[in-house]
Design a protein around this ligand. Structure first.
Ligand code: FES
Ligand SMILES: [Fe+2]
Length: 362
């Protein structure tokens, strides 16, 4: 396991961006104690349905707001009031902004210094997504969202929870440049390949024969920020979107999720479409599992011995570093890396006559 500083990322330890912190349905079961970005966090759903993410510890005496299952206020289902939450120890109430707005045994104004940090959170495509910025600045790009998610023709994902992996997300992001692993690792060597970088978006376009499906697979894959990968994939008359999400837990430890949104055959997906969607998600997970197995057993690639005919690892690592950079340095990094990047001895999508970008947000 290696840390952000060892990869030369920085000065921040955790990247700025939108990240998955839970699957939406998990939160419906009650408040959750979670840990991301090196912080213990309290995640709950308010009575309005709004998800709320706060720093975990009460200012009064340091109690974790959502870790108690045995306090009476929790057992009696009285911890959530509106979109606020009461600490299970003495009942101080925190609103969704993290301010204390009621202390049950105290008449005066609540101390302003008791406020704790609140993070922007949305429900999006069956996931609870939170915006993290080490300096607490507001989101500077929109959370990615597929219009097909709400189209009844499409079979929605139920996420695979892949758990924690002792690797820095840098190693996961390297996949975007890594044309030369697609044959040996996935049995799907690219016949064409290209990367394009547009500010906070990193795109990979590729296609070729795939052993696992015994057909041709064409993909356009893109990160929106550092934590959320979506991939449009076309094979054997099927269209689907794969989601691969990574969220930093601690420096050098990542949590990951996976899902497939699958296009059915009728205006409203049939039972057979749902089965096909499940099978497609399982197949995609099997393919992704080959990466996981490599990552779980490799040593960190603090430097890559990048050949001329490798993909543009260094360029995409530079792109990724913008999320760890001081705010004033982001524009210069984008200027340096924005554009289309080709790999030597690889055909491009236009050489191959394949472009499946229609309908994508770039
Ligand atoms: S520790 Fe939270 S109210 Fe006392
Ligand atoms: Fe891979």
């Amino acid at each position: 396991m290696a840390k952000a500083a060892e990869y030369g990322l920085g000065p921040n330890t955790y990247p700025r961006g939108w990240f998955i912190v839970a699957e939406s349905k998990e939160l419906d079961a009650g408040p959750m104690a979670v840990r991301f970005f090196g912080e213990d966090l309290a995640l709950y759903r308010g009575e309005s349905g709004k998800p709320v993410l706060l720093d975990a510890y009460c200012s009064h005496m340091g109690t974790h707001l959502t870790a108690s299952t045995s306090a009476m206020i929790v057992k009696n289902g009285l911890q959530i009031e509106g979109d606020s939450i009461r600490c299970p120890y003495h009942g101080w109430r925190y609103n969704a902004e993290g301010d204390v707005d009621d202390i049950p045994y105290h008449d005066g104004p609540c101390p302003k210094s008791a406020s704790i940090r609140s993070y922007p959170v949305v429900d999006n495509m069956g996931c609870v997504m939170a915006w993290y910025d080490p300096d607490g600045r507001d989101p500077d790009y929109e959370v990615p969202s597929l219009p097909e998610w709400n189209d009844p023709r499409w079979v929605q994902w139920e996420l695979d929870h892949l758990g924690e992996l002792n690797i820095h997300p840098q190693e996961i992001l390297d996949n975007m440049a890594d044309v030369r692993h697609l044959g040996p690792t996935h049995g799907a060597p690219s016949e064409y390949f290209e990367n394009e970088l547009i500010d906070h978006i990193c795109i990979q376009r590729q296609g070729g024969p795939m052993q696992l499906y015994d057909t041709y697979l064409y993909t356009t894959t893109w990160y929106t920020g550092p934590g959320l990968l979506l991939s449009k994939q076309i094979f054997a008359g099927n269209t689907m979107y794969e989601l691969i999400a990574n969220t930093p837990v601690d420096d050098g430890v990542s949590k990951a999720w996976h899902g497939v949104l699958f296009c059915g055959s009728e205006d409203v997906a049939t039972a057979e479409d749902r089965e096909a969607g499940k099978a497609a998600q399982a197949g995609a997970l099997e393919a992704f599992g080959a990466d996981f197995n490599i990552w779980a057993n490799k040593r960190p690639a603090l430097k890559i011995m990048q050949l001329k005919t490798d993909g543009p690892f260094r360029t995409i690592r530079k792109w990724y570093s913008q999320f760890y950079a001081a705010a004033g340095d982001v524009a210069a990094i984008r200027d340096e890396v924005n554009g289309v990047h080709h790999t030597q001895q690889m055909a491009t999508p236009s050489d191959a006559g394949h472009n499946i970008d229609a309908g994508l947000p770039f």
